[in-house]
Design a protein around this ligand. Sequence first.
Ligand code: 0X9
Ligand code: ZN
Length: 298
Amino acid sequence: MDWTSYHTLDEINGYLDYLAETYPDLCSIVNIGSSYEGRTMNMLKISTGGEGKPGIFIDGGIHAREWIAPATVTYALNQLIESGSYQDILDAVDFYVIPSINPDGYVYSWTNDRYWRKTRSNYGTICYGCDPNRNWSFHWDEIGASDNPCSEIYAGPSAFSEIEMVNVRDAISAQTDLISYLTFHAYSQLWMYPWGFTTDLPDDWEDLDDLAQNAVDALTAVHGTNYDIGSSTNTIYAAAGGSDDWAKGEGGVKYSYTIELRDTGYWGFDLPESQILPTAEETWAGIEVVARFVKDTY
Ligand code: 0X9
Ligand code: ZN
């Protein structure tokens, strides 16, 4: 694996296999189910063992064309597992990581349409795919989503119609003691917390805002990249049915964040390969802040 080019789904899955084989005392592969088109979805569990540790769940690639997201997540795995620098975090915190949670869409964005966003399911209409980040059940389809199967923000025929999101939901639900959920998107340089279905803020929003500020301070210190912070409705737009809202509202994961990576629109989804490593480096600094907070607080 390297962070000088984007990688195919097979290469990303190969990296998970390599980590599990190379670090068997630390890493294991968990098959969380299959995609609509039948692809195996694997999660990497990173744990030094023992019961009752706090956990952090990390995913990327819910939107197929946001290629910097899976790349950033695999870099986080590299740092956590292969750098040898974070034993104190690994001793205290369990991690559950899926770099690409929309595998059919990701492959389609490589083979057919670089700007494909959705899944690849079909329910008998001329258009394919649902927006997987409008498909979660918490306040599903209330705002910022469409009932038109041809829309880029199609919520789906029902909440959790998309098997990939069912698989991720069940993988989240299977963990006790998850403290943080981090889901990586692109682009806009935003570190966002719930809610996405209302302008109202969670009761504990100041806790989420404080940790986001600390994470972004560390992120910005690496290469000077600026991020905005706030609830997703108030920073980007209202959109119900997101994984972040579900993780907090149904899943009970307190520190639920959606991070929109580089850039702010110059390259957009076509972020040059020369920006993969700097993006991943600075984002890792933010993730490390969250991980240290979880280690020190729980
Ligand atoms: O619209 C989205 O799903 C996200 N932006 S993106 O450009 N990557 O598509 C933002 C999601 C924020 N969270 C919620 N609205 N719940
Ligand atoms: Zn996205």
